[in-house]
Design a protein around this ligand. Sequence first.
Ligand code: NAD
Length: 509
Amino acid sequence: MTSTALPTTDDLRTRARTALDHIGVGVAEGGDFSARTPLTGENLFGLTAATDADTEDTIAASRAAFLTWRATPAPRRGELVRRLGELLREHKSDLADLVTIEAGKIRSEALGEVQEMIDICDFAVGLSRQLYGRTIASERPGHRLAETWHPLGVVGVISAFNFPAAVWSWNTAVALVCGDTVIWKPSELTPLISLACDHLLAQAADEVGAPRDVHRLLLGDRAAGAKLVDDPRVALVSATGSTRMGREVGPRVAARFGRSLLELGGNNAAIVAPSADLDLAIQGIVFAAAGTAGQRCTTLRRLIVHRDIADTLVERLTTAYGKLPIGDPFEDTTLVGPLISAAALDTMNSALTRVQAQGGKILAGGNRRLAEAAPAAAYVEPVLVRVDAQTDVVREETFAPILYVLTYDTLEEAIALHNDVPQGLSSSIFTRDQREAEIFLSAAGSDCGIANVNIGTSGAEIGGAFGGEKDTGGGRESGSDAWKAYMRSATNTINYSSELSLAQGVSFL
Ligand code: NAD
């Protein structure tokens, strides 16, 4: 199914301007840094990117603000984030419009992205009263050992196009209550939503009396990101994007002994066991594989199905894929919006050509849609491909809706196939056999940062720490104790006796 009508670029420009007006952002046009929309593939506004001098000013201002912010009590820092959360609630619909216009997400997922921002603000406000350190038993009489947590410094947040605002909020809400200041270099593909978020945070800062420079926005391409990567005044670089990007960023930050938090590509798989509830599994699989047009880091890319149920499952999936409504993401009935760019469609087609040369068979999808209505946009049917082996193209992350289906005979074989990729982000098993589920979650099971049972690979909640292993970069952000990456700890030994006793029984003088 395809909705044949698409909004025009003029419609989208008006809608974006209306959302920005409601939020209070004035867009200075006329620059050569384009805001564009994947709905038509055309440019919306010409913005202005930060110059080198702007970047220098931004880093200096952020560092100066840190010196004040770190001394502000954490619960008071939480008041800034509480106000931000209120403003996000107030502007939820307008922010979701911008997410759809710039990233192409369907309405419900765009609203979900803003909800995730609101949720992390709530979490961070609570966290602002829970930055706990431990007291440790000392081996010496009259001594106390303690662990204290201090703000780290300037945090550089580099984010990807596909979660253009939520990833920023995961980092920023937590970093701010931890006493850090933030400089955000958003994806060059999504500047408008970043202008909106930055504006709301500035408003919140004004209202609660926080320094304006606790948050600064740096519009630009990867060269602007590289400035943050190389600057020793940026204590932590939290970078979300492709593994290619992480390979450049990680070593450069390490070379100056900075800290990095890397959230990189995934190649996520689900195992479907013979006992699986297939109705539930199919819903979970289709959302995880075709939702967001396959453009989530947690998108399901490999399905490892027990041989006994493979034909039935594949037949049912083929039917479900044939019914997916593709088109205007603002339409309530649409489930699959556009790919981010024509280049993304080329990459998808090249992966499909390669996998077919390696013996893969396309079972459903793969045709371009709406090419006449929007020649510069990239609407495409999600694809189901049956493969006999995990060839090199299957082991890569292609950031598009391609689901490779493999079969297995034993759970051991399924887990080996599952883990035999360079990436380690998200994973799941569909089974009603508790033993199988527990093996999958055990040390000998999935090697990913996220391992689920009877639910797909995508759609995490903010309460848990988010991130993955191996080529996914090893970072953890959002909930649980991910906050510790945004602070530095100090171990304190306090002697309240009148003796100077040395540890390990050492005597001296
Ligand atoms: P990308 O790597 O092209 O760009 C991401 C960001 O990094 C952009 O802001 C870009 O300007 C910047 N950048 C690129 N090279 C850089 C460099 N050398 N130095 C500094 N900055 C640099 O990624 P994308 O196409 O925007 O996003 C899709 C990718 O992101 C996928 O691989 C996806 O899996 C991944 N992703 C991962 C997560 C996660 O949490 N693990 C979340 C979202 C997206």
